[in-house]
Design a protein around this ligand. Structure first.
Ligand code: CMC
Length: 430
């Protein structure tokens, strides 16, 4: 059977292009030879119709609201798995056996401490610095502290760098938080699991015993699973593009963190909570719905809409359940923000504007309420997203580095500026 092709006609010249098929999801037209054959580029701002890479890691069906990590549905992983097991799955492609899991947990745990000089690095920041600014800087700076794992041509160094980032991200995130509130850093305690250790580093103080609440730890672990990967989103594509030049992995992940910070991406959880606080009471919801629909008003309902999901974000469903679990555990019977969120969701889901544009709540809609109830300030929300997404970035970066066909990412453009013209001296300019 011959391989499928697609014919494109440009200036009366027909060009046959190969069509590649995935295991599931849309096929792609391979246009890599199009320029050579026609002298034309394709044009797709925002990559709405462009597959930038081939990948075996994560699959999303945005119309059906399906998210799979290595083939496993997100709800099954969130219900039955734990975050480190999910990390193993994303990195290596299979769920670990008991022995592999124990070994992986051990390897990650042995890397939780950061170089002691990093402490001094932190004190260079203002106390009111945004923790995402600190994370961009500190993760980038890891390449200055761990030179022995920056050679990307060495698989062992790549593995060590990956372990270091997964292990040290909670330590750095907790340090950023502690620094902002003027409390001493709390060192990792390696007999605790990954997420309990993180909670302790954030909320323990040296003067008192700290007992990790297992319900909260499990809930946060689940939140980490939900955020662990999401195929070729903006920050992941940033990591891949940075990595395609051969940059070291710490620098690439720092680039991903910088991209994640934006309110259209990971910064939406912070923005969504601020929006709910601003709305304040359910009676003000219609005013905000009207603002969101007004073409002349830049306001958008934060935590609503998604480039890929044109259905309920499957992560948002699990997130909503987790929110209720956390509030119950903490004995928060009436949370005014939750009341506003539930009512806002109901109204928006019935509104023609949101129905027609297929705008549904995304993961960020409920995550802020949950994280706030756990005690995290809004400025930390995107940091927690970055912590969890680190493994996805690393898995995608590793897949790219190990792909023999990988080349530097170098998009082209449609130039609409001035054509060639001669230089004019200052005296001659009118
Ligand atoms: N509120 C009001 N209108 C919206 C919203 C919203 N939240 N999102 C999209 N629209 C409208 C938009 O105005 C546009 O209308 P029109 O076609 O009339 O011009 C239409 O829906 C399509 O929007 P778009 O901006 O072309 O869609 P996109 O795929 O480029 O953007 C998005 C996706 C997530 C950036 C956008 O929906 C948005 O800004 N949402 C709010 C921010 C948010 O919650 N982001 C988190 C995304 S999930 C987590 C993550 O990726 O990090």
């Amino acid at each position: 059977m011959s391989s499928p092709t697609s014919t494109v006609t440009v200036d009366n010249k027909s060009v046959e292009l190969p069509v590649k098929e995935g295991t599931i999801g849309p096929s792609v037209i391979d246009i890599s030879k199009l320029y050579g054959q026609t002298g034309m580029f394709t044009y797709d701002p925002g990559f709405t119709s462009t597959a930038a890479t081939e990948s075996k890691i994560t699959y999303i069906d945005g119309d059906a609201g399906i998210l799979l990590y290595r083939g496993y549905p997100i709800d099954q992983l969130a219900e039955h798995g734990d975050f480190l097991e999910t990390c193993y799955l994303l990195l290596y492609g299979e769920l670990p056996t008991a022995a592999q899991k124990a070994d992986f947990d051990y390897r990650v745990t042995r890397h939780t401490m950061v170089h002691d000089q990093m402490h001094r690095f932190f004190t260079g920041f203002r106390r009111d610095a945004h923790p995402m600014a600190i994370m961009v800087a500190c993760v980038g700076a890891l390449s200055a502290f761990y030179h022995d794992s920056t050679d990307i041509s060495d698989p062992h160094q790549r593995m060590i760098a990956s372990m270091r980032m997964i292990a040290k991200m909670p330590t750095l995130a907790a340090m950023a938080y502690k620094y902002s509130i003027g409390q001493p850093f709390v060192y990792p305690q390696n007999d605790l699991d990954y997420t309990s250790n993180f909670l302790r580093m954030c909320f323990a103080v040296p003067a008192e015993e700290y007992k990790v609440n297992p319900v909260l730890s499990r809930a946060l672990d689940r939140i980490f699973i939900l955020h662990a990967d999401h195929e070729q989103n903006a920050s992941t594509s940033t990591v891949r593009l940075a990595g395609s030049s051969g940059a070291n992995p710490f620098a690439c992940i720092a680039a991903g963190i910088a991209c994640l910070w934006g309110p259209a991406h990971g910064g939406a959880n912070e923005a969504a909570l601020k929006m709910l606080e601003e709305i304040g009471t359910p009676d003000r919801i219609p005013e905000y719905i009207a603002k969101a629909k007004d073409k002349n008003d830049p306001f958008r309902l934060m935590g609503f809409g998604h480039r890929v999901y044109k259905n309920y974000d499957p992560r948002a469903r699990i997130m909503q359940k987790t929110t209720h679990e956390v509030l119950n555990e903490l004995g928060i019977k009436d949370d005014p923000l939750l009341d506003v969120a539930i009512e806002l969701e109901q109204i928006a889901l019935k509104d023609d504007y949101f129905v027609e544009k297929k705008l549904y709540p995304n993961i960020d809609f409920y995550s802020g309420i949950t994280l706030k109830a756990m005690g995290f300030p809004t400025s930390m929300f995107t940091v927690l997203f970055a912590l969890a997404r680190t493994v996805g970035w690393i898995a995608q970066w590793s897949e790219m580095i190990e792909d023999p066909s990988q080349r530097i990412g170098r998009p082209r453009q449609l130039y609409t500026g001035e054509t060639e013209r001669d230089y004019v001296t200052v005296a001659q300019r009118g």
